[in-house]
Design a protein around this ligand. Sequence first.
Ligand SMILES: NC(=O)c1ccc[n+]([C@@H]2O[C@H](COP(=O)([O-])OP(=O)(O)OC[C@H]3O[C@@H](n4cnc5c(N)ncnc54)[C@H](OP(=O)(O)O)[C@@H]3O)[C@@H](O)[C@H]2O)c1
Length: 382
Amino acid sequence: MQTVSLCGSTGSIGQSACRILGQAQHLTCKTLIFGRNEAKAREQIALLRPSYAGCLEKETALRIKREFSFLKEVFYGEGLTEAASLPSDIFVSAVSGSAGTAFSFAALKGARRLALANKETLVMAGQIFMKEALQRGVSVYPVDSEHNALYQCLQGEERENVESLVLTASGGPFRGFGAEELARVTPAQALKHPTWSMGKKITIDSATMANKGLEIIEASCLFSFPEERIEVVVHPQSIIHSMVRMRDGSLKALLGEPDMRLPLAYAFDYPRRERYGWGHCDLTRLGPLTFEAPDEKAFPALPLARAALHGGGILPLVYNRVNEEAVKAFLAGKIPFTGIAGSIERYLGEYSGNNRIPGSVEEVEETDKEIYQRIRNDLELT
Ligand SMILES: NC(=O)c1ccc[n+]([C@@H]2O[C@H](COP(=O)([O-])OP(=O)(O)OC[C@H]3O[C@@H](n4cnc5c(N)ncnc54)[C@H](OP(=O)(O)O)[C@@H]3O)[C@@H](O)[C@H]2O)c1
């Protein structure tokens, strides 16, 4: 029996993970951490009967502790990172956005294996994180479907035989739109993803293609490939999750239904493969699989991520924080859709030439706060 700590349980990835835990005989939930969605968390606690829980609000924590007597402790507020560092065999890091980074780091203290969905961890502090994971003997398995596919395609391949990594992108809801049309799109339109059902932040990131930008940085950190050896191809059906281009001209791809339980199960069970009874991909019913180059002019968040990665230093941090705050501003109706990439471009320009490289997670957090202080007024976040 493997114990699982699930962080971000009430979100899109968290709920997929709960569905696996609900049916897997060999996995048991030890700790369940969520933010504010008490109703969903109650269902999950009743179903999975974890030993520990954690949430943001004290009042919620006290109510839950009273209701579920089998819980040994319910953590809240600042205590949440302590909950994340409790020992477990597998830790699922699935809090959304930059807030997830602290949980991923806390998990390294108690987990043996990390199923990493939170890509911001790698964008903000990738090298520090991977180094600490290695030092502590924690195996990191990417859950982001593209990176999970790359991880699988790279198995058994000599690095010198790999020419490049090929990330696939759905193209989001505005594929084919020009800059003028994009300036008028609303949050409701941007929140309708054509193939994946995900949390709000990543759904907007998919619409701007900042998600693919973050994924280029994530892939570079996970697999130690430079930006120029990471390609992006738009594949609207989201069946090929990513590919590896080999030196001999072959392309190795991972195919599957767009279902996040597949990469989660891989991260839980590797090297075994369990028969869960879902995820069957009927090739005869798929229809055509198509590919096209991304429109980098209409979606400048993509080339801007390459520039941030190439520039190095704190630029990936700037990209990440400005994007996250700009997404909030867009959802609140304060800036237009095109203002998201516009804000990223502006601040990457302002910070370019800043060669500081944070050497610890504390320095990353401090720098991230500084960037936030600098941008908040412009994005009317006060
Ligand atoms: N969704 C996908 O298909 C997908 C695919 C690839 C990668 N990812 C990555 O996975 C991560 C999660 O994405 P998602 O789509 O599942 O997000 P989501 O649906 O928005 O869920 C976020 C989860 O994090 C919790 N949370 C947020 N802030 C928190 C905080 N400060 N403390 C504790 N819990 C907090 C939320 O709790 P409450 O809702 O209870 O407040 C919720 O459980 C992101 O980094 C995303 O980029 C997601």
